[in-house]
Design a protein around this ligand. Structure first.
Ligand SMILES: [Cu+2]
Length: 307
């Protein structure tokens, strides 16, 4: 009985230690580099920190507010097609509010809280910016400007905004809504989840035979590429070079498309068409060569400045 009890306790202890995600507060590790720029050694940072300077038009601080914003993949789960999100998509504050943001990044990657459009005389590049590699927390303070304005807040790590990490912060009544805020405003380019692959191919007028041919071509190219890599490892000038493989794949795909184009056409028609293409190709090469010659001769005619 004692054995069972201790086993139970041990399993609870270990599962708890696995489930609990440790969120470290990096704010206390920040070093002040001046001009509101604070950094810590693992790359966490605050830019545009302003705890005491009043923006023009603010006679005093109207309110002191603190918000905690969570960022992470799990907050995007309720938005179809999105990958990252903040836990809140819209914020409202009075003009001249002294605002402290506690930014909690729950992912094991880097995220930012980046606010744009602030007065540039006060905030470098008009930005207030918190950034930290997670899971970690970082806090920063700014004083919001006067007037009604909507500010963009996003994560600027490549594709994170496009994948959902975007919000708007309205000071006063704001001045409108920004597009593509998950759950708040309509996306600029809506994703279509209704069409299956068959519909997409039908719209593109691609037949199943062509898809099959392209797949076979790809498989051949992949196999040849692998063989080529193996050969290249042992001998430097392999017969199956990367260019050969790409040429083979393109050739197979083009022949599949051409096959359809020439369906029901006579040999004479096909020949005429092919010669037309060949003519265009030769014309293109001729123009390219003449341009190259011009380039070489014109550079020779350049007069060097005399010493
Ligand atoms: Cu991010």
């Amino acid at each position: 009985m004692v054995k069972f009890l201790s086993f139970g306790l041990m399993s609870i202890f270990f599962s708890a230690s696995i489930v609990a995600e440790e969120i470290e507060d990096h704010t206390k590790m920040l070093m002040d580099h001046g001009d509101g720029h604070l950094m810590e050694m693992s790359g966490g940072m605050v830019m545009g920190q302003n705890t005491d300077k009043l923006p023009g038009g603010c006679d005093s601080i109207s309110e002191t507010k603190e918000v905690t914003v969570h960022a992470g993949h799990k907050y995007a789960e309720k938005f179809p097609g999105r990958m990252f999100a903040f836990d809140t998509q819209e914020f409202h504050f009075k003009p001249c509010t002294k605002l402290t943001i506690h930014f909690v990044n729950e992912d094991k990657i880097r995220h930012q809280w980046m606010m744009h459009g602030l007065p540039k005389y006060m905030y470098p590049k008009g930005m207030f910016h918190l950034e930290v590699s997670g899971p970690a927390k970082i806090s920063g303070t700014l004083i919001l400007p006067p007037g009604d304005k909507t500010y963009l807040v996003h994560c600027d790590i490549a594709q994170h905004m496009e994948k959902g990490m975007k919000a708007q912060l309205k000071v006063g009544d704001g001045d409108g809504d920004l597009p593509s805020i998950p759950g708040v405003t309509a996306p600029v380019v809506p994703d279509d989840y209704n069409a299956g692959l068959a519909e997409v191919f039908a719209a593109a007028k691609v037949t199943e035979a062509e898809i099959e041919a392209a797949n076979v071509a790809l498989a051949v190219a992949e196999a040849a590429k692998k063989a080529g890599q193996k050969a290249a490892a042992t001998q430097t000038d392999s017969f199956v070079s990367g260019v050969t493989v790409i040429g083979l794949a393109i050739g197979l795909i083009i022949s599949a498309v051409m096959g359809r184009k020439f369906q029901g056409k006579s040999i004479a028609e096909v020949t005429t068409y092919s010669f037309g293409l060949l003519g265009m190709f030769i014309g293109f090469i001729k123009r390219l060569v003449s341009r190259l010659i011009n380039l070489v001769f014109s550079s020779k005619n350049k007069v060097l400045p005399s010493k």
